[in-house]
Design a protein. Structure first.
Length: 202
C-alpha cells in the first residue's frame, strides 16, 4: 500500500543518512517478571526507555497501513496462559499524525511500559520470545526492529511450612536421660538456663 511504501522509503533514506556514523538506538528495552496476588499468576513487564523527541507505536492501532505497531510474540507455548490484554502505560497520545496522514496512538519519551498477566501451570518455567517495534521522531523513522526476550520463573516456595515456637515449659528434658538428675529448686545452680528451640521457616 501507498503508506507502507512511504515508510519503507523513509527507513531506507534514514539508513543511508546514518551509514558510517554509527547505529542510532533511541529506544532500549528491559523486562522483568513480578508475582501477582492470585496464586500462580505473574506479570511479564516490558519497559522501553525512549530518547527525547522519539516515540513508539501502540499495540492497538486501528490499521496496519501505517507504522509497525509494538507487538509481543511467545515462542514458548506450554506451561502458561495469557490472562487479558497486554496493558500499556506511559505518555500515551492519540490523534492525527502528519507523517503518516492518519490517526495513531503513540507512546513518547521518556518511558513506556507493557504489562501482561499470565497464569503458570508448570514450574519451573522458561518463557522465550521476541518483541517487535518501530520508532520515529518528527522527521524520520527507523526500520522495524526485533528484540529477543526471556523470562525464568522458579517454583514458588512451599507455603505450608509454619513457624513453630517451643515454649519454655516445652523445652527438651531428654538431654541426659541416663543421669536422671534434677535441679533442687531450693538451691538453683549458677548460670542455669532453659534450652528452648525455635524452629523458623527457612
Amino acid at each position: 500500500m501507498k503508506i507502507v511504501s512511504i515508510v519503507a522509503l523513509i527507513s531506507f533514506l534514514f539508513c543511508v543518512h546514518v551509514n558510517g556514523q554509527g547505529v542510532l538506538e533511541p529506544v532500549t528495552w528491559d523486562w522483568k517478571v513480578e508475582k501477582a496476588n492470585e496464586k500462580d499468576h505473574y506479570f511479564l513487564i516490558f519497559e522501553a526507555t525512549i530518547d527525547a523527541g522519539w516515540k513508539i507505536y501502540s499495540q492497538y492501532l486501528e490499521s496496519d497501513d501505517g507504522p509497525v505497531r509494538t507487538s509481543f510474540f511467545y515462542d514458548t507455548k506450554d506451561g502458561f496462559a495469557l490472562i487479558g490484554k497486554n496493558e500499556e502505560s506511559g505518555k500515551i497520545k492519540s490523534g492525527y499524525d502528519a507523517m503518516f496522514d492518519m490517526d495513531l496512538i503513540t507512546l513518547k519519551a521518556p518511558k513506556a511500559s507493557f504489562k501482561q498477566e499470565i497464569k503458570v501451570s508448570q514450574f519451573p518455567l522458561n518463557i522465550a520470545g521476541y518483541l517487535e517495534f518501530m520508532t520515529c521522531d518528527d522527521k524520520q523513522c527507523l526500520p522495524p526492529a526485533g528484540i529477543d526476550f526471556e523470562f525464568n520463573i522458579a517454583a514458588p516456595q512451599d507455603q505450608t511450612d509454619k513457624k513453630k515456637t517451643v515454649k519454655p515449659d516445652e523445652s527438651r528434658t531428654d538431654l541426659d536421660d541416663s543421669s536422671n538428675s534434677t535441679v533442687n529448686p531450693e538451691a538453683p545452680s549458677d548460670n542455669q538456663q532453659v534450652n528452648t528451640t525455635n524452629h523458623g521457616q527457612k
